[in-house]
Design a protein. Sequence first.
Length: 143
Amino acid sequence: MSGTQIHSNDIIVDYYPGAYGLTIRIGTNHVSSAQQIRNIFLHLAQSQNAEVEFQKVVPVRKTNIASLLLKRVPIGKEQMRKLEHVQTIADGPVFVWTRDSDGWMECAEKLDWILRKGNPGHQYLTVEGVDDALIEFAFREIE
């Protein structure tokens, strides 16, 4: 997963009680950082049973969350609940986000859409009321 150089404070991952319930907000103001996240989703869509610890493949500044693990499962093995809170450690909660190839491609396409648009905005990548938290990708909305 090579890509454009990004810096440690470009991507912020924050976990908090939001307007629609518990939320993991992944945000950046930089095109190159958003493209790097998109590339992670593409890697998962194209790999066989891949697993990525998000904060270890891109430098992030995180708040109230210990870990976000992204996993690819075989087509047909994706569950309705895609994001699961698996444990809480001293640094905060640990989440596992599981999608199949089509699901990771859908996430990449949502980032493509927001990048093409180029304006500040956000996309929801999990489902409110189904997943253990709502994952929101925010572009150019960081103050």
